[in-house]
Design a protein around this ligand. Sequence first.
Ligand SMILES: O=C(O)CCC(=O)C(=O)O
Ligand SMILES: [Fe+2]
Length: 364
Amino acid sequence: MATTTTTNPDQHYNRLEEAKKLDESKTGVKGLVDSGLTTIPRIFHHPPQNSPNPKPLTRNPKLSLPIIDLSSTRSIVVDQIRHAASTIGFFQITHHGIPKTAMDHMLSSIKSFHELPDTTRMQYYSRDTSHGVAYYTNFDLYKCKEANWRDSLEIRLGPTPPEPKYVPEVCKEALAEWDGEVVKLGEELMGMLCEGLGVERERLKEMSFFDTRYMSGHYYPYCPQPELTVGLKWHTDPVVLTVLLLNEVAGLQVKHGEDWIDVEPIPGGLIVNIGDILQMMSNGEYKSVEHRVLANPYREARVSIPVFFTSSMTEKPFEPLLELVSLEKPAVYEKFTLSDFMRKYYSEELRGKSVTNTYKVSNI
Ligand SMILES: O=C(O)CCC(=O)C(=O)O
Ligand SMILES: [Fe+2]
């Protein structure tokens, strides 16, 4: 029987029942907040090492993400991107060419979706992503040990967008505009990331990186006990590259050594981070770094919209780019396929670096 109980004998609870109850409400954690609850269900309780309290992980206020002005001289930008991608794995970009109006429009349409009346929102609730649109809470709700205080509206952008009938009306207009802008930016970033590695950008195109992209419109409502849970557990992104649009409510943290860096979004800026696939293709040169989101203690909802770029070649064996492999620097990763990688990633709850580790060449 799939029922899980905690190891703490005085805190037995039926995990599966709680998961089902939440799922069957079809209104996510937003629905829980709207019901006026003051304590969070047991399924959201994280062990202290995941959540910021009672033992906060050390935080160094002096550390911050590099900010890269894309309108600077190209060689300087390439150098800054290469450096950030090889160290902290995250950077913030400004003057990236996407109009502020398109960003604001995208953020407000996702917020509006999550704030639609329950009965309207419920019609979209599903864990089936085959139509290209799915609204759910916690993609790994039935697999994870502890759930996150967030809901998501996942939308496939390419190679084929979903049929319009599946796309919530409040998002339609913003979405079309956003995809057009973000694809151009993604291509530009990828060109510069390749240049930083000394690799022809055509090499990544051959692998059809970038034809597959999807976005998640995440919504982190107010949490009445933010010290007991998280908005999103620490993880790395199982993709090539992520471009992340955030509203002004704080919460994202990036791991750097033993520190967690608070990400402070600049109005009009975007966050970029390296995914696991690019880490492996770059033979470990670029870093896919662990990050997490704290539970939102503010009445104002936190909205975040990552666009994930990846490839549609799910069965093609990938390996670190040969240009980056030499006698002095042998391949760090074995051949892998995206389908095998994704199967491993989703077979367990978010679990940080361990999936890329499974492809590490054992003798180095
Ligand atoms: O909400 C955020 O700021 C980050 C979301 C994220 O890391 C993800 O969806 O993979
Ligand atoms: Fe992420």
